[in-house]
Design a protein around this ligand. Structure first.
Ligand code: FAD
Length: 242
């Protein structure tokens, strides 16, 4: 993190930029993390509230994306952006802990979102292959296809069980750092595997823009990247294993 906030009289002055901010173009109120000192790696981060229209705050460019086209993503720029001291959110230098707390919840929610998408894709694909006829029978009559769909369905249901269990434990204030990271890694990859096969079983129709599966496959690609890439999640798990 390189965005900084320094005190100037009764104000804070922010400088830096942030890539990949969801709702950056249409958002009106932004919660911004910035470094408020140099000591330690994480211990001098604070959170601030910045309103749209504040001088020095701008949206540099909306990003043209592979998927998620209904959600805007932007780069935000803070150029001597001055905000009143009351816009400090929470305690000074405690922002890192607020971010970490939020990440746990975000990972569980993203995993749930991924498995919701995967279930829908399986449902759409079963509908498709049970009515589509090729070589004298429906695609569902091909053992290779129906068994592949059955195994994907089993894996999605297993992942959902871990989501429910982890969400419940999180709600009881139990420590679920490993499990939340497991979910993010597992479900981010699984949803992409599901989409790949579901698009494949739609054949040529899966590749054209008029089918839902085509869009769902592009939308799912972010799930193994955003909110913590799979590899980063795996290291979070591994750290707690050794
Ligand atoms: C559409 C979209 C919306 C987003 N919305 C937000 C948002 O609202 N707020 C926000 O803060 N961020 C947001 N992000 C940012 C997102 O969280 C990051 O893009 C993501 O965490 C990956 O970071 P990076 O892009 O810097 O990739 P990099 O850090 O450059 O990593 C690139 C790749 O290298 C690999 N990699 C990285 N680290 C390791 C490692 N330690 N070991 C092994 N391999 C590794 C991974 O495969 C990773 O995908 C969004 C991104 C996108 C694309």
């Amino acid at each position: 993190m390189r965005t900084t906030a320094r005190r100037d009289g009764d104000d804070w002055v922010l400088n830096g930029s942030k890539m990949f901010i969801t709702n950056g173009v249409h958002g009106e109120i932004f919660f911004v993390a910035a470094k408020t000192g140099d000591a330690g790696r994480n211990h001098q981060i604070s959170m601030f509230i910045v309103e749209k229209g504040t001088p020095g705050f701008s949206v540099a460019r909306p990003l043209r994306k592979h998927g998620w086209l209904s959600s805007d993503t932007a780069e935000l720029v803070f150029d001597n952006c001055r905000i009143p001291s009351g816009n400090l959110l929470g305690e000074e230098n405690k922002g890192f802990y607020a971010l970490v707390k939020n990440l746990q919840n975000e990972r569980i929610v993203l995993a749930a979102q991924a498995m919701g998408e995967a279930s829908k894709a399986i449902e759409l694909t079963v509908d498709w292959v049970t009515q589509r006829k090729a070589f004298g029978a429906t695609l569902w009559d091909k053992q290779a296809i129906r068994q592949r769909m059955a195994m994907l369905s089993a894996r999605v249901e297993a992942a959902k069980a871990l989501i429910y269990n982890t969400a419940w434990r999180d709600a009881q204030n139990q420590v679920v750092v490993s499990e939340a990271s497991m979910l993010k890694a597992l479900c981010g990859e699984l949803v992409n595997e599901v989409m790949y096969d579901c698009l494949q079983f739609h054949g040529g129709m899966g590749y054209v823009r008029e089918t839902a599966i085509e869009r769902m496959t592009r939308d799912a690609r972010i799930q193994s990247i955003g909110g913590g890439a799979t590899e980063v999640m795996l290291d979070e798990i591994a750290k707690r294993m050794g």
